[in-house]
Design a protein around this ligand. Structure first.
Ligand code: GLN
Length: 549
């Protein structure tokens, strides 16, 4: 039977529930269990696809095209397994289903209520993955929000019921909380945790394990105090001390025995000691870089690192294989809407430039100007989605001489719509879930940069966009030197563009950053980092053979 672990959060948001859940899942997976994680988000949006990145960080897209919470990105990066629509549930989805059921007449004659109709739907969704043909040993569910939030109540009630129905051997609650340090008193404080556990208990839930975020180590006294007042065993008080990198957290949890505590409580058969060899190799390389490069990440949501979460993480994975520290500096695209001299001043310090995905007109001008600069100055360039579209527009404007060339997203009246909507996108008026989403095939041209990276002619990558490379301009662009090196074999849509006479200039319509994991860094990120290392170290006359990695 599948065992269920729920992770709730108390005291404040942003304690890193997703990382704790992913770290526990990693440890259990490393012991040989088949594990998956899901996230329940208490907001009323059906999915985060329509949320501004400032509100919610990056929107993570799964293989099956679900627009999901960025924590699913952590799950995939840690576990190296794909997630799907079923791994992210929102209050919006729950209510949509309940209301559709009501309209269909499923509850005919009954008053439809939060209890039992909404809670039953939450319980059904909580068990979907566990009941699937995947045969998971363990399903971890992260409950978004903080205990005490009004919108979390139906989830807590569902959790209470599930625990009662499944029994304590099969269902476990981990509560993640904060132990603040008061500098004036020179003391770690347990009271907020006591209150937060009381709040859980008011909802009929006794947590089994406390994971305590803290800046300082928890001594035995404080562990005993937490155990006594929160009604848990001392061995179930787990310290989660601040870490240098999120990738340390599984090792810290292992040291604290989070996985073995879980195994004991759920009466799981102890399979073996966790095999974390690949993880440890990655950590070792990450912490002992032999080189260092600096990349400019040009985007418009730079105030918030979470907006480009997967890109930052992909650089960490790709940097580690190259034994190279990648410093990623956010560069605001609007700050690049300036003179060529200023652009040179801002960008010449970088060993490579990545132009980020994005939506709308704001900041596009700065992206175009920076692409012109890196193209003409042989600086490695990597464009993702909007970044690739901007590379095509820039080339059409400055090399083909089509001055007014544009994407119709930016200028709907352009005479040269090199990036345009496809006819089937024209009639769409709804915004939610209507982009080209999820995994599509791409056939790669042999001899290209992309082929050198992937070493394969057929790949699959994930998409999230409305606009496309306009094939009417393909011959012109190719003849002028912008090669199409990746195409969707079924639709003929262009996926990858490259420049021949440039050390590394590559634009992709898809989102490679969504598929980079600790154990499988993305080949294009790896290749781009290598190109940046070549630029930096070869130009300094270093004899280091960076290509040997
Ligand atoms: N705004 C562009 C489109 O919709 C690019 C989207 C993106 O970068 N994800 O096609």
């Amino acid at each position: 039977m599948t065992k269920y672990i729920f992770v709730t959060g108390g005291v404040t948001s942003s304690l890193g529930k997703g990382i704790i859940a992913a770290s526990l899942a990693k440890l259990l997976q490393a012991r040989g269990y088949k594990v998956t994680i899901q996230k329940f988000d208490p907001y009323i949006n059906v999915d985060p696809g329509t949320l501004n990145p400032y509100e919610h960080g990056e929107c993570f897209v799964t293989e099956d095209g679900a627009e999901t919470d960025l924590d699913l990105g952590h799950y995939e990066r840690f576990l190296n397994i794909p997630t799907s629509q079923a791994n992210n549930v929102t209050t919006g989805m729950i209510y949509q289903t309940v209301i559709n059921n009501e309209r269909r007449g499923d509850y005919l004659g009954k008053t439809v209520q939060v209890i039992p109709h909404v809670t039953n739907e939450i319980k059904r969704r909580a068990q979907l993955l566990g009941q699937s043909s995947e045969d998971y040993d363990i399903v971890i569910t992260e409950l978004g929000g903080t205990v005490g939030d009004i919108e979390s109540l139906p989830y807590l009630e569902s959790l209470r019921q599930l625990r009662w129905e499944l029994g304590t051997d099969n269902c476990l609650v981990i509560h993640l909380t904060l132990i603040p340090y008061l500098r004036a008193a020179k003391e770690l404080k347990t009271k907020p945790t006591q209150h937060s556990v009381k709040e859980l208990q008011t909802n009929g839930i006794q947590p089994d394990i406390l994971v305590c975020r803290t800046e300082y180590a928890l001594d035995m006294n404080i562990r005993r105090k937490l155990a006594l007042f929160c009604n848990v065993e001392v061995s179930s008080v787990i310290e989660a001390i601040d870490a240098d990198t999120i990738y340390d957290v599984p090792m810290l949890m292992l040291k604290e025995g989070l996985d073995s505590t879980v195994i004991n409580k759920l009466r799981l058969a102890d399979m073996r000691e966790p095999n974390l060899k690949k993880w440890e190799t990655f950590l070792h390389k990450l912490k002992n870089p032999k080189r260092e490069i600096r990349v400019g990440l040009i985007g418009k949501y730079n105030e918030l690192q979470d907006a480009y979460k997967s890109i930052y993480e992909s650089f960490i994975h790709g940097g580690a294989v190259n034994e190279c520290k990648v410093i990623v500096d956010p560069v605001h695209s609007e700050s690049l809407e300036t003179s060529e001299e200023e652009i040179e001043k801002l960008l010449s310090q970088y060993d490579g430039i990545l132009v980020a995905p994005g939506f709308g007109e704001r900041g596009v001008e700065g992206k175009l100007k920076s692409i012109k600069y890196v193209r003409e100055n042989n600086i490695p360039f990597f464009g993702i989605c909007l970044g690739m579209q901007c590379a095509v527009v820039e080339y059409a404007q400055n090399v083909l001489g089509l001055e007014k060339a544009a994407s119709t997203e930016v200028n709907s009246k352009t005479p040269n719509p090199v990036i345009d909507l496809l006819p089937d996108q024209l009639s769409i008026t709804q915004k939610g879930g209507t982009m080209r989403l999820g995994s599509y095939d791409c056939k790669i041209e042999k001899g290209s940069l992309a082929y050198a990276a992937y070493k394969s002619e057929l790949i699959k990558e994930r998409h999230r966009h409305r606009y496309e490379y306009n094939n009417d301009f393909r011959t012109q662009l190719e003849e002028a030197g912008m090669k199409t090196t990746g195409v969707n074999p079924a639709t003929g849509l262009v996926e990858i563009v490259e420049l021949e006479d440039h050390p590394f200039f590559l634009g992709v319509q898809f989102h490679p950053e969504l598929k980079s994991t600790v154990e499988k860094p993305h080949p294009i990120f790896v290749a781009f980092i290598k190109a940046c290392m070549v630029k930096k170290y070869k130009s300094k006359g270093s004899s280091v053979d960076v290509a040997a990695n």
